[in-house]
Design a protein around this ligand. Sequence first.
Ligand SMILES: [Zn+2]
Length: 147
Amino acid sequence: MSESTPTTGSTPEDPRTLTDEDWAARLSPEEFHVLRRAGTERAFTGEYWDTNTVGVYACRACGAELFRSEQKFSAHCGWPSFFAPLAEDRVEYREDTTLGMRRVEVRCAACASHLGHVFEGEGYDTPTDLRYCINSISLTLQPEGPA
Ligand SMILES: [Zn+2]
């Protein structure tokens, strides 16, 4: 309740403490809708659903590295699909019962922004039988390779 500046010294800002206003100032309205309001971009409209570029996909909200191109596969569902995150601790899961379905929401573990959903047992020929169906707009691809 104090108005004074937090005395956290040089500790980096914790993105979990940001308010909606902070996020609205940092993100485009479309990004805000998906990342902070658990929206979903239209299938086949995102930047990365059909991308094969080698690199790391980072959280568009906070920059945490979330997925690698090696775990991306073509599910032809209209969104970037991964069979695993870069590391299990990069994401967190929440049960989502909106739309009358039981789904598992995937969020960025660093800033709690909405990324998409994870589905299992769909029969894709992948090592995990999981499909992380992630909004392109929740990600920023950082391409690797010859500079
Ligand atoms: Zn994040």
